[in-house]
Write a protein that binds this ligand. Structure first.
Ligand code: C2E
Ligand code: MG
Ligand code: MG
Ligand code: MG
Length: 282
């Protein structure tokens, strides 16, 4: 943007790079302090059973509000955490928070699954399954209530390396979801070799399915094939009633998106859950 204004590409390019790496270095140091101080937050977004309207579970999404940069996207700071050796602490903090909440929220009207996003590096750590087991134990959560979400791209890029840890988690009963499915170059038949329980259709197809016949065909194909392989299907990014109706027509199991609720801080999610459970839709 600046380059266009000044017309001097070279200078602006260097300045841009410099401030980019300065931001990174600053964020890495501040992130370390934020994790130490437990200054991050976890937001929760419901996954809705489209046939009953009930809540099947929640996805935990980490949030960081930086004192000078403001809200930093999790995609940016999770990558920084991975590059600066802080991913393990970050992931375990999110997992612990989410499991505490799952224990708190699960009992009233039935179980609530809790999904936590993982970066591939976490799954290269052979001790990870043991630590997960401890966290589940500490909070009295049955293993099958925990779902780990890994993006299709990560799963394909690192598949063979991740397999031993994925296999151990699977044997312990933990569930696995493929996130952002449809954007990569894999196929469901490849993913069938991994212990996948759930497929999450990437929001760009879901959001386009009302207006673009190609997107609708992709969504339909994913639903049909995943169902055939015995995997659960979740549509991400459901923002309108029209899309929800369309998904129901295609017999999609679950939906997630702003139409139902934005990701909410724990206390607000608890209130949302209470209202939703007593509204008769489940
Ligand atoms: P994701 O796991 O695919 O999460 C879904 C993203 O879509 C979230 O963005 C969510 O806020 C957003 N979203 C939900 N419903 C709608 C909708 O109806 N419309 C639109 N436009 N967006 C919707 P968020 O929270 O910014 O997270 C971005 C990504 O960061 C996540 O994508 C996930 O890959 C990663 N991430 C978030 N939390 C964690 C974490 O604790 N650990 C790791 N490793 N990654 C995380
Ligand atoms: Mg996810
Ligand atoms: Mg996703
Ligand atoms: Mg994503």
């Amino acid at each position: 943007r600046q380059a266009k204004e000044s017309g001097n590409h070279v200078t602006v390019y260097h300045t841009g790079l410099e401030s980019q790496s300065l931001r990174r270095v600053g964020l890495a140091a501040d992130l370390r302090r934020a994790i130490d101080a437990e200054a991050l937050e976890v937001y929760y977004q419901p996954k809705i059973d489209l046939s009953t309207g009930g809540v099947m579970g929640a996805e935990a999404l980490v949030r960081w509000s930086h004192s000078t940069y403001g809200f930093v996207s999790p995609e940016e700071f999770v990558a920084i955490a991975a590059q600066t050796g802080q991913l393990g602490r970050l992931t375990e903090w999110v997992l612990r928070e989410a499991m505490k909440k799952a224990a708190e929220w699960g009992d009233e009207t039935g179980p609530l699954s809790m999904a936590v996003n993982l970066s591939p590096r976490t799954l290269a750590d052979l001790n990870f399954p043991d630590r997960v087991g401890h966290i589940l134990n500490d909070n009295g959560i049955p293993t099958d209530r925990l779902i780990f979400e890994i993006t299709e791209d990560d799963m394909v890029a690192d598949g063979p390396r991740l397999t031993p840890v994925l296999q151990r988690l699977h044997e312990a009963g933990v569930q696995l979801a493929v996130d952002d499915f449809g954007t990569g170059y894999s196929s469901l038949s490849y993913l069938r070799r991994l212990p996948v329980n759930e497929v999450k259709i990437d929001l760009r197809f879901v959001q386009g399915m009302n207006t673009d016949p190609d997107d609708r065909a992709i969504v339909k194909a994913i639903i049909d094939l995943a169902t055939h392989f015995g995997m659960r299907v979740v549509a991400e990014g459901v923002e309108t009633a029209e899309v929800m109706e369309e998904l129901k027509e295609l017999e999609c199991d679950y939906g997630q998106g702003y139409y139902f609720s934005r990701p909410l801080p724990a206390d607000r999610f608890a209130r949302w859950l209470d209202l939703h459970r007593h509204s008769g839709s489940s």
